[in-house]
Design a protein around this ligand. Structure first.
Ligand code: IPD
Ligand code: CA
Ligand code: CA
Length: 296
């Protein structure tokens, strides 16, 4: 009995003095917030930032030019601050990767929020109502949560790993479309479209002749959510950033979608290439994306 007590005391002392460290570098004593708290906080942050964007859209905003076609507005910055304030109030130790402000990584946490405060900036700047707030969450490098809020339609897309995807609380699922011929696809173009030959125009031309319809909406996060909701059958793009894909990729995957790079490898949000589909047309999409470039 005495020996057992002594052993317990030593264990207690050791754990207080030097917490066991997991492979990720995070102490084993780390207490994870519940899934519901994570999701609810992200929803509140997305809706607050979305309301802010609507106010800016109504009252006016300042535009700055990163390049002649790559804009940023004070609405982008205000929305980003709003999201970060919400998240940091509840989870002060979590890491953040945000489009406008970059990385805020202090201390050790297995969580990292990945934020695009305004996906669809060009649409927003022109008053074209197709933009959203996108908030994804990584746990030990794996995307586990996605919240995308479109404040112009009040569309709230949410997903948590293994718990399905929802639009305004109702479950959503990808389509059953079996062929490219009967598919509605979507794509996008990066801001360096004028500077690089790998600008997606060749893929665009090829798909245009093979599908029922092809769209370019100007918001990659919404494009992923629309695949999830069965509004599109597939989406591809090159040169995307992690904040364009983090939230939407969880939502599309949880809705039953398949997500890869152009070679069919599992998607990495740091890998720039994205193919998202209902699964049935995925191989056909990869075949088109891997055809030799046209001779023009
Ligand atoms: C852009 C949009 C667009 C995609 C671009 C992105 P932003 O993000 O998602 O649809 O084609 O590649 O950069 O600048 O509006 O946040
Ligand atoms: Ca974006
Ligand atoms: Ca953005």
């Amino acid at each position: 009995m005495i020996i057992r007590l002594a052993v317990a005391r030593v264990a207690e002392f050791l754990s207080a003095a030097s917490p066991v460290v997991l492979q990720s570098g995070v102490p084993s004593s780390y207490k994870s917030p519940s899934h519901d708290v994570l999701l609810q906080t992200a929803i509140e942050a997305g809706q607050a930032a979305g309301a802010l964007l609507r106010r800016y859209a109504g009252t006016g905003f300042l535009i700055e030019y990163k390049t002649p076609i790559n804009l940023v507005t004070d609405a982008d910055r205000a929305a980003e601050q709003c999201v970060i304030d919400h998240l940091k109030t509840r989870f002060p130790d979590h890491h953040v990767l945000a489009e406008e402000g970059g990385r805020i990584d202090k201390g050790q946490s297995p969580y990292r929020w990945i934020i695009d405060p305004l996906d669809g900036t060009t649409n927003f700047a022109h008053g074209y109502p197709a933009y959203c707030v996108s908030i994804g969450l990584e746990y030990e490098g794996r995307c586990i949560l996605g919240v995308v809020f479109d404040p112009t339609r009040n569309d709230l897309f949410t997903a948590f790993e293994h718990r399905g995807a929802h639009l305004n609380g109702r479950p959503i699922h990808v389509t059953e479309t079996q062929t490219l011929d009967s598919s509605l696809l979507v794509t996008g173009f990066a801001y360096d479209i004028r500077e690089t030959k790998r600008n997606n125009l060749d893929h665009f031309a090829k798909f245009a002749l093979k599908v029922q319809g092809l769209r370019r909406t100007g918001s990659a996060a919404l494009d992923l959510c629309y695949v999830a909701a069965g509004r599109f059958d597939g989406f591809w793009e090159v040169r995307l950033n992690p904040w364009d894909m983090a939230a939407g990729s969880v939502i599309a995957r949880e809705a039953g979608g398949r997500l890869t790079d152009f070679n069919g490898n599992d998607l990495s949000i740091y890998g720039q290439e994205l193919v998202a589909s209902n699964g049935h047309i995925h191989e056909a999409m990869l075949t088109v994306l891997n055809e030799a470039p046209s001779e023009t």
